[in-house]
Design a protein. Sequence first.
Length: 422
Amino acid sequence: MTETEAPLDISVLYVEDEAQTREVVGGFLRRRVKELYEASDGEGGLVYYAQYHPDLVIVDVRMPNMNGLDLLERIKESDKKARSIVTTAFSDENFLMRSIDLGVDCYLKKPVSTDMLARAVRRIGSQILTKRGGYAQGALNEKILNNVSVMMLVLQEERIVYANRAFLEFAGEADIESFNANCLIERLFSKGDPNRKYTKWIAELAKTKERSRIVRMRSLKDNAKSGSFVVKADRIDQKDWIIASFADITRIAKERERALSDALTDSLTKIFNRRKFDDEVSREICVKRSERAVSIISLDVDRFKEINDNFGHGAGDMALVEIARLVRGEIRKSDIFARIGGEEFAILLPGSDLGGASAIAEKLRVLIESKTFESIGRITCSFGVAELKEGESVEEFVKRADFALYKAKKSGRNCVALDIGL
């Protein structure tokens, strides 16, 4: 440190009983540090330390009443991390060994070289400033993390060492110690496996290319906060340290589910639409054919144009809604019921062969025929039934069911026709 360099932003306590030495060295230090406190003996030094808590203590060993090492010992009782430089005119091995035991940073022989003192103060002062900056940055980082809504965890060797406020509130715990003590991480996952170590799962996630997953999580404090979260995991500079974030995407996930549902649902009848029906037929065809039979029932409202012409499109729409309600109440949850277009519907029946599907079609025909529809009266439907053949495509399968429906229409309507597929 030269005369032109700015003083180090540290405070120093200088304790020296020799007035001339104190004046010379004190003047030297005053130009090189931001704050300097001077005492002429150990007792005065102890008072100053308790009052100002300086960053660095420079103390002479041999002083009356309380020597320098006794002073440092008293200081270390309250502050084990106190930084210190010892000066002495004596080469006493006992003093040297005791200095080492007290964790003295530097041991300088008197008369003290100002260059050596400057180097020692600069070295220790830089360490103090670096550490102070680390604490400030750490405090700033923690403040930032505690003021974001995204939940955050820091793991070291698969052990949770930090959780921000958002995460602790979600878990219903006051601090990380109680969180770890109660082993809560496994309980936060909605489909959690009690035998699975989720900290290890997060660590493994950080190794993947995507480094993120969507999971369902439940709050142990407020169930309203439970929902869907994107978990992202990344390794940070320190070895085996991982930072994980949990972003709440519940609203987005619900909107996506709603949009997907709307895209696959008929807006009038609230049953599936043609797109969903074709997707499900395609999926069923991919199932190994030897495992189960699959059939389709196609049904169409007889003379629907006359219904619209005579009673209005509003009445026709209500009739379609009521037919959908009747059919849905009679079929299985595993069956796929869809409005294909206009007045035409279709039912995909996994596990039903041609005979079983035709019996269901006849039951539905009778149910609809016996129903009195408001403002209209009696309505009938025609039905076509086909069973999937080996190697058949979606288009071929659906076309055969439609052809059977065409036969039912040609046979006088209000009946069930089968496509045997010979």
